[in-house]
Ligand binder design. Structure first.
Ligand code: HEC
Length: 121
């Protein structure tokens, strides 16, 4: 009896400690904001287009490019219409895209691509 009571009291405490440790150890990997290198080139075909097709699966590469280039602002990428169209679709805003070893928010990737001239690269 004594033994069991001891266990039921200690186990939750141990789980809380273990949980806390795993959260804090995650922090340095996935939650820290990564610096985007100045010279990082965003590829339409490798990064942007597969992201769009995740939802717009029926669109060809050409159609996706036409839709996107018509809706980005290369001078002020932050005001791109493609961002406001999707602002209420949380899966768009919260998605992270991988470029090399970096994980970058999809919205930042599109802004960067727009600032680099919105090329069909
Ligand atoms: C998380 C899902 C999702 C992703 C990712 C996504 N879209 Fe959309 N998009 C939608 C939904 C939902 C709508 C509104 C319904 C519709 O028109 O299909 C929409 C609408 C649009 C529209 C306006 C309607 C039209 O057909 O002209 C454009 C333009 C557009 N998306 C372009 C893009 C481009 C370019 C990308 C990639 C950068 C992209 N979307 C990525 C879900 C997404």
């Amino acid at each position: 009896m004594m033994r069991k009571a001891w266990l039921t009291r200690l186990l939750p405490a141990a789980l809380i400690v273990a949980g806390g440790l795993s959260i804090s150890s995650c922090e340095q990997y996935s939650w820290a904001k990564q610096e985007v290198p100045q010279d990082l080139t965003v590829s339409f075909s490798e990064t942007v287009q597969p992201f769009c097709q995740g939802c717009h699966s029926a669109w060809t590469v050409d159609r996706t490019y036409d839709k996107l280039s018509a809706n980005v602002d290369t001078v002020t990428p932050g005001s791109s219409r493609v961002l406001s169209i999707h602002s209420s679709i949380t899966a768009f805003g919260s998605q992270m895209l991988q470029i090399d070893t970096l994980l970058i928010p999809a919205t930042d990737v599109i802004k960067l691509w727009a600032s680099q001239g919105a090329e069909k690269n």
